[in-house]
Write a protein that binds this ligand. Structure first.
Ligand code: 1HN
Length: 318
């Protein structure tokens, strides 16, 4: 075999001999493995809360939490071959739980969090035995390997937006998942003071006290956590009515969710209007800016910590 290789009389013959050895010539690849700047693989997109809410209403009639571990709608980026990821590393999903329903507890290695959009008093998440009530605008964390389940003791359906790093975990492979041995994790206590909870009131107070930079790349932003989780950073972005943020691009992937207000974002030349509950994907290296029609607050979910740790975070004015 090595003799055949040594005696190869032409490049084509050499390639043919190499193939069964699962070896290829680095100088003759169909596609380059290096390129001059990030490719725009995933596209900018906007998902509307009113549509998600209507679809989840139908799903509420058609499927229960016995059959569906979670009643959620995956916001997949509309590029060929993709039916899951919202951006390369992140997933967003809308979820709804009906009055008196419980969604069973489980844990997994992907980091997760949710932004509550509509919930009456009585909707909750249990994280590692701690019951956290859901109020609109709250952000609740369920980091890597924390038990979590949801329930709704209020008279109205509760809606929220989940964000996970599942696409990153799929790429890196360290996926572990476990259903809770008791199906519904017992509650040990109820609290509003938890490192797993960023309350809406606190967000509004911090934003009102923050030094205002309305035309910075992220408007006026505060960070939730530092970072919130190992792979995901969270910021609440205040966009003041009429102010336009500076266009910029970054190697991080960003998903914005509208906690309050309405406005529009220009992402790589495409304009997307948005209002409360909408989700906007800004994949890596897409120049973008935002403008609000009234004072608005966006949750910015980003894989910045990953890029930062790997020394791969770059931003410029686009
Ligand atoms: C998940 O575990 C939840 O626990 C929500 O509420 C959305 C999307 C993909 C994979 C796991 C949850 C999810 C998810």
């Amino acid at each position: 075999m090595t003799d055949d290789l040594m005696r190869a009389g032409s490049l084509d013959e050499l390639y043919t001999l190499l193939k069964p050895l699962s070896t290829g010539p680095g100088w003759n690849k169909p596609a380059p493995s290096l390129w001059d700047e990030p490719r725009k693989t995933f596209v900018p997109f906007r998902w509307r809360y009113d549509q998600a809410k209507a679809a989840l209403g139908a799903a509420g009639r058609l499927i229960n939490t016995e059959l569906a571990e979670r009643r959620n709608l995956i916001l997949f980026n509309p590029v060929p071959g993709n039916d899951y990821a919202t951006t390369r590393t992140l997933l967003a999903a809308y979820q709804m739980i009906l009055p008196q329903e419980k969604a069973r507890s489980h844990r997994h290695t992907p980091n997760a969090l949710r932004l509550i959009v509509d919930a009456d008093d009585g909707a909750y998440t249990v994280v590692d035995g701690v019951k956290l009530m859901m109020r609109p605008g709250d952000v609740l964390l369920t980091p890597n390997w924390c038990w979590h389940g949801h329930g709704n003791e209020s008279p109205a359906p509760a809606y929220w937006i989940d964000f996970l790093d599942t696409p990153l975990i799929h790429a890196l492979e360290p996926m572990f998942f476990e259903p809770h041995p008791e199906t519904y994790e017992p509650v040990t206590r109820t609290t509003t003071e938890s490192p797993m909870r960023f309350g809406w009131e606190d967000t509004l107070r911090r934003l009102s006290e923050a030094a205002k930079t309305p035309s910075g790349p992220y408007g006026t932003q505060i960070e939730l956590g530092n970072p919130a989780m190992a792979t995901i950073s969270l910021h609440m972005v205040l966009l003041q009515s009429g102010a336009e943020t500076a266009a910029h691009r970054t190697t991080s992937n960003n998903i914005y969710a509208v906690a309050q207000g309405h406005g529009a974002s220009v992402i790589d030349g495409q304009s997307f209007v948005w209002s409360r509950g909408d989700v906007i994907a800004v994949p890596a290296w897409r120049p973008h800016s935002h403008c609000a029609n009234e004072d608005s607050v966006l949750l910015r979910v980003s894989d910045e910590p990953v890029l930062q740790k790997l020394d791969l975070l770059r931003c410029d004015a686009g």
